[in-house]
Each structure stands twice: as C-alpha cells, then as structure tokens.
Design a protein around this ligand. Sequence first.
Ligand code: NFE
Ligand code: MG
Length: 508
Amino acid sequence: MAANGKISIDPLTRIEGHLAVNVDVTDHKVTDAWCGGEMYRGFEEILKGRHPMDAQQITQRICGVCPVSHGTASVMAQDQAYGVTVPDNGRLMRNLLLGANYLQSHIAHFYVLAALDFIDITAVLKYKGKDPTMNLLKDWVQSQVSSNASLPAAPFLPRYEGKYVTDLNANLSAIGHYAQGLDMRAMAHEMGALWGGKLPHATALVPGGMTGHCDAKSIAAYATMLEQVAGFVAGPMVEDLLAVAAAFPDYFKIGPGCGNFLAYGVFPESSTAGSEYFPAGVMFGGVDASPQALNVDSISESVRYSKFIGTGSLAPFNGQTRPDPKKAGAYSWLKAPRYQGKPMEVGPNARMLVAYHRGVPLVKQVIDGFLAKTKLPLAAMDSVLGRYVLRVLECDVVARLCRKWINALEPGKKTFEPYDIPAAGRGIGLTEAPRGALGHWITIKDHKIDLYQCVVPTTWNCSPRDDSGVLGPMEQSLLNTPIADASQPLEAARVVRSFDPCLACAVH
Ligand code: NFE
Ligand code: MG
C-alpha cells in the first residue's frame, strides 16, 4: 500500500463538470491540495451589450442541474434594478419552482453522484428477487466483472477499491432506492415544470414575478407529486443516510472545512426583505459560532492563481472576466471569492447551521432529532458525512415547506407586476442554489447590460488559493485526509464529492 506520493485525480468523475484534484500524500495523509476548474465558458462576457431581459434565459444555460437558481438570481437582480415588488402568487410560484429544483438536485447528489462512494454496487450480484430493475442492474454489473467484459459498467465500475458497506440487505435496499431515486428526480422536475413552463431552463421566470396562471389544476398536480417525492425523502433517503452514518463513523471526523460558513438566505415568506425561511448569515470559527449579519459589500474575488488577467481583489460591481490561459502560476479557471478576505464554505450545511442558530423551527427539529438519534455532537456536522446529513435533512425540510407554499397560492390572483425597464440602473440578486450562496450583479447602461457578474456556490467552495495564498474551502478540507493506499484515493474523492461540486457552474 503506497504511503506517499503525488495523486492526480483528473478528471474526478460523478460530479458535474470538469475538476482536477491534485494532492500530496505523506505517511498516508494529505499534506497539500490543489483544486482546479478545467475550462473557460465566458457567460459574463457573453451577456455584455445584450438586452437585460436576456439575462435570466442566458444565465440559466450555465447549468442543467441548477438553472432555476441562476434564473432566480437574475430576476431578483432585475427586480431590484427595475424597482418592482413581486406579488404573493409570483413569490410562492418562484419558491415552489426553486423548491422542486432542490428536491431533484439533492436526490441526484445523494443517489446518483455520491452513494456509490459508500454503497457496494457489487452486492447486486447476490440479488435473488424478481424486481426487473434490480435484475437489469445485476446484468449490467455482471457484464463488467465477468472475464470477457468488453464495456465498463459506468457509472458503477470500475471504482476505487476500499471499504464499502458490508451488510448485504443495506446494500440491496440502497441500490433499489438508487433506481427509485431516478423516478423521484424526474417527478421533481415535472413539479418544477408546472410553474417554470419547462425544465431544465424555465421559461416562466421573469422580473416582476412569473408568467403563466396560478390554477387549481397545476396546484393539484404539484401537490400529488410532492406527496410521493416528500415520502421518498423522509423514508428511504433518510433510512439510507442513517445506514451510511452507522457504517462510517470516521467520516464524521474526516474532511472538516475552513470553519467559515456563508448563507445569503432563500425562500422569502413575504415581500419584506429578510423574510427568507432560511435566513442570511455569516459564521466564522466553526459550527458553534453565532451567525453575524450578512454585509454584501464584504464580498470580493481575487485572481492571483486563476487564469484571468488582473491583480488584487475586486468587488463584483467592479468585476472583470478577462481570460489569460497561460498565466504563470495560475492553476484554475475559477476565481477565488472571499468574504472579508476569508474563504467561506457555502451549501446546505451553511444554510442549515445559520438557520439552526437562528432558531428556525423545522430546522431545529430535524437537526436535534438526528443528533439525538445518532448521539453525535453538532461539531460532527463539519465533516464529509455532516455535509450529507445536512443536505438530506434540508431536502426533508424543503419538501415540507413546499406543502405550505402550495396551500398558500390563491388561484386566479396575479402572478406578475408590470414595470418599465429603465435606461440605466443596477441590481444584486442574492439567493441560494442547492449547492449554496449564489449572487448575480447587473449594471444597465443605455438600455443594455454593461456589466454582469456571477459569484457561484462551487466557485466559493472549490476556489483556488487567493491573493494571500490561502487555500480554498475544499482544498482546506482535503488536508489531513487519511489515504490508506495512494493508488486508490477513495478517501479524497469522498471529501470532494461531499461538497456536491458543480464545475460547470463554478467556471461559468
Ligand atoms: Ni451547476 Fe449550481 C453551483 C448549484 S449555482 S449546480 O455551484 O446548486 O446555481
Ligand atoms: Mg463570476
């Protein structure tokens, strides 16, 4: 078993987009780490000179997994620039659309992207039942392990070898839920499409609210599908989470992050600023820290190790996106966002921890319930499995909130408030994508977009070193990760996937 070495996982699979992870390993521990985004996309430059109303459609193309979040951030930035207040139905429909997107995204991460880091897919070879999907999976996996295998059983095998769940029933049950999860994810997409017009890339998200009617038929269809998806999350998904938590107690200690957390707040409960169910807040120094108020002026991005021209840190309204592919010393196409100059972890854990400390009832209830059941301290939440726990529990909370919002809609009432688009203006749209804090900054001049900057969740989490040489949150969380065999860096892959990274978003 190799104890030392330089490991390059490039590209790291079962995530969205293209990520290169490089780590140094000394005496079976990670001693340094570099996370690099592998391509330039240029959305911020594409938007310059266009009509402002193009922005919510074009920015949704940044990603097929979280287009709703980009559309939401964009229309919020424009709501502010145009001085328009969204009516209640429009606000609720936006929440229901984004809520459905959280459900599909968290289910996709838990089962499709990350479960195979822990669940032993080869257990399906011992399946003796008659379920057609399980037998299909069994044949698929068999085709890879048999001696004359010609095709890889992607996305299942090959894999890094190491310790996986050993209990046969737990494995078979989770593999069955993996297949069921695909249907649940599709259903969550259908729920969102009822309000978005279509998904991915909703057409109905516009500044001022939502196009389309709020009718009883759509409400009934959404509510019916929601019950199935919510039942799946609260049942099988939580059950599988508990099984993995019991089998891998070490992973509540492996992969702690930078200890700073940032949440912009999401799911407004009224038209008043600060009414978000998940509140905005900033935490420094670990999971027990009291959240401070968010100050948007504290956000900046630096590019010293990024493949962009420029030096120093720039606030998004002064942001520049000028590619420099051959820049000396640069190793990533991500910028390095910082808050008060510090790296911040974003995501379900940041949202849930801020909400927990602020005493948000459902969040308190699910976190305290989980900690009591598992006898874990809150400190365990800053870890690989802590990120899983808070993502799954958040999924349960969001499903329950969707129930509340669907009942609050008033069929026939307006969903949209008209406005005039000014010749000049500026706005900031701060929301939360499934993967964390998402902000869009827009400046309009002569009726056209003059500046558009996106600061994106995975850009925060997966950022390279900043101007001071401080490692990004994911790089920090890789440090000290135990690596049993440097030729099979399963542990490092688990740390990275716990963030649910989306590099397509991060490089935008
Ligand atoms: Ni492309 Fe995205 C990120 C999320 S930002 S998945 O990072 O969630 O809207
Ligand atoms: Mg950007």
